[in-house]
Write a protein that binds this ligand. Structure first.
Ligand code: FMN
Length: 324
């Protein structure tokens, strides 16, 4: 039996590039504002990091409404990257992130390689931002609208361009809407990614049978929540066999057991998105329950279980003999 003080000796820290997070829980981009909105409900010091809503070079109004549709095990969203653009963001928003009790990760989206490089360079100069996540699930206007994240060559190009302009920890967020996610992950690593976020939303749509119209103003959207969890666990499993950099697993995590599936598949951290809309205390509960789970098994660190369900996990040998 582990005492309450013993529980606090359990090491939940995780390394993502040059960042050491006290807790292995990040809040998904677009699902947690900048953290401040959740402060009345949650002690922000008890979460690993907040990933901010993606910002683009130019302001964007976003997609026509409706932008959200509930589905039986999740939701479809088509927000359309609504944001004020990088110039306004730097002038009015970023300074507010200084002194936050948790790590703040910026998220960058774009429609050309130059867009990404431009925004990464500016954001990378700000000390309030600890790391940059590249949301590459956007169409490239110079390549007939092909999505950056769906082509290894385009992924490589955009990651290299970002890597050249910033020394900040670079997390590349992969899309599940591909045939071979491992090849894209490998390309992102060799182009200079420090970590991978796996996965973004899964493409989907819903139709109103009374009006015979698509239910989203944008027609199609991205599915998130528990419906996509098995897709995400498989993606983490496959990516973990292909790369040696840390993986932040995400997609439908609502409980500690859900998060554990991702750690066992090979993720070093998890990210929680849609679950925050129904219960903002989920991330803190997961941290407390992870400690109890490890203690019951006489394990002292979270890192000792990373990849344990993944034979062939690229870093598996690093964790051998770490128990007790
Ligand atoms: C309303 C909403 C807005 C989102 N906005 C972004 C965004 O701006 N950038 C991004 O990279 N991902 C965005 N995402 C994707 C989430 O960060 C996350 O990767 C995805 O929803 C899967 O995790 P979940 O099932 O825990 O939500 C958004 C998701 C939702 C539901």
């Amino acid at each position: 039996m582990v005492s309450a003080s013993g529980l606090h000796d359990i090491d939940l820290t995780t390394k993502i590039g040059s960042l050491t997070l006290a807790y292995p829980t990040l809040m998904g981009s677009g699902c947690y504002g900048s953290g401040e909105e959740f402060a009345p409900f949650v002690d922000l010091a008890k979460i690993g990091a907040v990933v901010l809503k993606s910002v683009t070079r130019h302001p964007r109004l976003g997609n026509p409404t409706p932008r959200l549709v509930h589905t039986p095990a999740g939701m479809l969203n088509a927000i359309g990257l609504q944001n004020p653009g990088i110039e306004w963001y730097l002038e009015h928003d970023v300074a507010k992130f200084a002194g936050r009790p948790c790590t703040i990760v910026g998220s960058v989206a774009g429609f050309s390689v130059d867009d990404y490089a431009y925004v990464c360079e500016l954001l990378g100069q700000r000390s309030e931002i600890a790391a940059i996540e590249l949301n590459i699930s956007c169409p490239n206007v110079a390549s007939e609208g092909e999505t950056f994240a769906c082509d290894p060559r385009l992924t490589g190009k955009v990651v290299r361009a970002a890597r050249e302009v910033t020394d900040k920890t670079l997390i590349v967020k992969l899309s599940p809407n591909v045939t071979d996610i491992a090849s894209i992950a490998r390309e992102a690593q060799s182009a200079g990614a420090d970590a991978l976020a796996v996965i973004n939303t899964v493409r989907g749509m819903a139709i109103d049978v009374e009006t015979w119209r698509p239910r989203l103003g944008n027609v199609t959207g991205g599915l998130s929540g528990p419906a996509i969890r098995p897709i995400a666990v498989l993606a983490v499993y496959e990516v973990a066999r292909a790369v040696t950099i840390p993986i932040i697993g995400q997609g439908g995590i609502e409980t500690t057991s859900d998060a554990l599936e991702f750690f066992l598949a090979g993720a070093s951290a998890v990210s929680i998105g849609t679950a925050n809309f129904t219960d903002p205390r989920v991330p803190v509960r997961i941290v407390e329950e992870l400690r109890a789970y490890l203690a019951q098994r006489n394990l002292r660190s979270l890192s000792s279980i990373v990849g344990r369900a993944n034979v062939g996990f690229a870093n598996a040998q690093q964790y051998e003999g770490d128990e007790g």
